[in-house]
Write a protein that binds this ligand. Structure first.
Ligand code: ROI
Length: 169
């Protein structure tokens, strides 16, 4: 069976976000026919969307998988469910765990369930900066290189966490 590399964005801002993301990284490695290759550092980031919600913990994981993008999405939604993600009515509101497929091999997918590359990747520093940490020369199909996209971002509102879990300063 052929394997593809995929990049998964992880985000949480409820119920011990650092533990949610750390645990989810382990769970990615437990998905059938899927291996965690590398995880970025954890980052704290200011919320994109309504500002009356806690800061987020974000990371990006590089995985290798034999699943299709749809099968992988099913598995990610299952993990979100285990983390008791509640889908609230508020758009861009707080969440216990969000797992997004950012890239899936070099595939471009536009279906009812999936948009790959992820539609928001070019504007999201909390995705681009961890992606750059994992692979500096990455190209996002249809959007450009991660480095170029980062140069176009407004000033960052995120910090890398140290091993002690505190923002670096
Ligand atoms: N904002 C930040 N900083 N990090 C996220 O993961 C995140 N996820 C979201 C919205 C609500 C858009 N804002 C976010 O889904």
């Amino acid at each position: 069976m052929s394997s593809k590399n995929a990049y998964i964005g992880l985000g949480s801002n409820l119920s011990d976000p650092k533990a949610q993301v750390t645990q989810a990284l382990r769970e990615l490695d437990l998905i059938a026919d899927t291996k965690l290759i590398k995880a970025s550092s954890l980052y704290t980031s200011k919320p994109m969307g309504p500002s009356d919600q806690p800061d987020y913990i974000n990371a990006v994981a590089k995985i290798s998988t034999q699943l299709s993008a749809e099968q992988l999405l099913d598995e990610l939604q299952n993990i979100e469910h285990i983390h008791q993600r509640q889908r609230k009515s508020q758009r861009w509101g707080p969440r216990t765990l969000d797992l997004d497929i950012i890239l899936f091999g070099d595939e471009q997918i536009d279906s009812t369930r999936l948009q790959i590359p992820h539609y928001g990747v070019a504007e999201r520093e909390f995705v681009l900066i961890p992606l750059q940490e994992l692979q500096a020369d990455l190209i996002i199909p249809g959007k450009g290189s991660v480095t170029e996209l980062i140069e176009k971002l407004p000033p960052y509102r995120l910090d890398k966490l140290n091993n002690n879990g505190k923002p670096q300063s």
